[in-house]
Design a protein around this ligand. Structure first.
Ligand code: NDP
Length: 253
């Protein structure tokens, strides 16, 4: 144990895996980390075209990126995602698990399918990404999970989603403790409403305005707002932030 030295990042180009980076917040995170100088593995589930666009945007600015399909809820897929990263880039420094779904479903008998799907992607996916990260992250590594500020709202219909993200926040604190001694930080970012398909789809303009108006800053979050916070946690200035849930939401509390 070193009681006096600040944590430092390993030398050399750093490598990030960003899950769910074919669109939305994950894409903004991938592009931001690439702008910060990291090579990025752009994970996606089904939208190969979206992932290719993320890779193209990074390459156009001189960055390095690789698209890899994998379902974060599938153990074999997650192992392949990390193995591809190692074989292509040789190391893993930052893992951001942004892949997520948000089916709205009241707690009732016919909601079990939605519950199982959201737990499989959001919670089991986070668990599997953490397990692989524990095996692959090196000194100075960073794991960043995505939770949600909607946890505090208890909106009807959000039961399965809130259950999954409450689980994610629990895993973050335990995982940080389990990585003791390895100079790896584990945190979550909990966005408020952000202008992506996940938030916008199925809502009327009135519903969106009503939700957005709850933040004192009175605007809808943008994917880049979240990517900026990830950049901080993944970079040198975030080194002393560990086992935290950072609520990035314009005051939507
Ligand atoms: P989007 O719906 O815009 O994008 C979701 C992304 O996740 C896509 O790239 C999708 O891939 C990927 N994905 C979905 N399921 C899987 C899976 N099983 N394996 C791998 N990738 C998967 O969502 P957002 O960008 O808005 O959300 C990103 C994260 O932020 C989520 O965890 C969400 O819960 C969280 N969040 C979002 C908020 C918001 O208001 N938008 C607020 C709070 C939290 P593909 O397209 O290839 O299928």
């Amino acid at each position: 144990m070193n009681l006096t030295q600040p944590t430092t990042l390993d030398d050399g180009p750093r490598i990030a895996i960003v899950s769910g980076a074919s669109r939305g917040i994950g894409r903004a995170i991938a592009e931001r980390l690439a702008a910060d100088g990291l090579a990025v593995v752009v994970n996606y589930a089904g939208q190969a075209e979206g992932a290719a666009q993320t890779v193209a945007a990074i390459s156009a600015r001189g960055g390095r990126a690789l698209a890899v399909q994998a379902d974060v809820g599938n153990a074999g897929d997650v192992e392949r995602l990390f193995a591809c990263t190692q074989s292509h880039f040789g190391r893993v420094d930052v893992v951001v698990n942004s892949a997520g779904i948000m089916p709205i479903a009241p707690i009732a008998d016919d909601s079990l399918d939605a519950f199982d799907r959201v737990i499989a992607t959001n919670l089991r996916g986070t668990f599997l990404m953490m397990a692989a990260a524990a095996r692959h992250l090196g000194n100075g590594g960073r794991f960043i999970a995505l939770s949600s500020s909607v946890l505090a709202k208890n909106f009807p219909g959000y039961g399965p989603y809130i259950a999954s993200k409450a689980g994610v926040e629990g895993l973050v604190r335990v995982f940080a403790n389990e990585l003791r001694g390895r100079n790896i930080t584990v945190n979550a970012i909990a966005p408020g409403p952000v202008a992506t398909e996940l938030f916008l789809s199925g809502k009327s303009e009135g519903q969106i305005a009503q939700i957005v108006g709850q933040a004192p800053l009175e605007r809808l979050g943008q994917p880049d707002d979240i990517a900026a916070a990830v950049s901080f946690l993944a970079g040198a200035d975030g080194a002393w932030v560990n086992a935290q849930v950072l609520r990035v939401n314009g005051g939507f509390a």
